[in-house]
Design a binder for this molecule. Structure first.
Ligand code: FES
Length: 187
């Protein structure tokens, strides 16, 4: 019955029936994928293997370009990719250069931040290894990942929300929810 979406005449009726027939579990599973990262979530690379392996600190290049990742609930393996506001960027740097807050939130030199630029919501994908700063490719806001991703220049109204990390069984895991609200304000 639910495969009969293409039959136009009784579509509305069938849609209602299909939703009624959906297992409760299937409906519930759509929600965890949209929830913000929680303590204990593991992290998997965006666009990685179909059977994703949780990331370890060593998987990230020291001083190299950021890795974009999704949080994953460790028991159910639900990947929280139902909202792009859950996208995280990870960098592995020498913690000697971190300010105290950043040092406290880092795990084995890895820092985590929201990947969504607070200006108008682009993914922050550029990395300048010489200056060790992040750059949003849309309007060139520059963030310092060693100092809580504060804004160094550009139109962004605020820093990138930080995602405190820890190591669990050798793997990177979320230590606390985002500090700050991921996302942007519609202009
Ligand atoms: S969206 Fe990032 S600087 Fe405008």
């Amino acid at each position: 019955m639910c495969g009969a979406w293409r039959i136009g005449r009784r579509r509305a009726l069938e849609l209602g029936l299909c939703f009624a027939l959906l297992p409760r579990q299937a409906l519930a599973q759509t929600e965890p994928a949209r929830e913000r990262p929680k303590e204990g979530d593991l992290l998997i690379a965006v666009g990685g293997a179909s059977t994703p392996e949780p990331l370890k600190a060593d998987d990230l290049p020291l001083d190299g370009k950021q890795t974009l990742a999704w949080p994953m609930e460790p028991e159910t393996k639900v990947v929280r990719n139902g909202s792009r506001l859950n996208k995280v960027l990870l960098l592995r740097l020498d913690p000697e250069g971190f300010d105290p807050e950043t040092k406290e939130r880092a795990a084995d030199g890895v820092v985590g931040y929201s990947a969504i630029c607070p200006h108008t919501g682009c993914d922050v994908t550029n990395w300048h290894p010489d200056r060790q700063v992040l750059e949003c490719p849309c309007h060139y806001s520059i963030y310092d990942p060693k100092e809580e991703a504060k804004v160094l220049s550009g139109p962004s109204p605020r820093r990138l929300p930080a995602l405190p990390l820890k190591i669990v069984d050798g793997r990177l895991a979320v230590a606390k929810p985002f500090i700050g609200r991921p996302g942007f304000q519609q202009m």
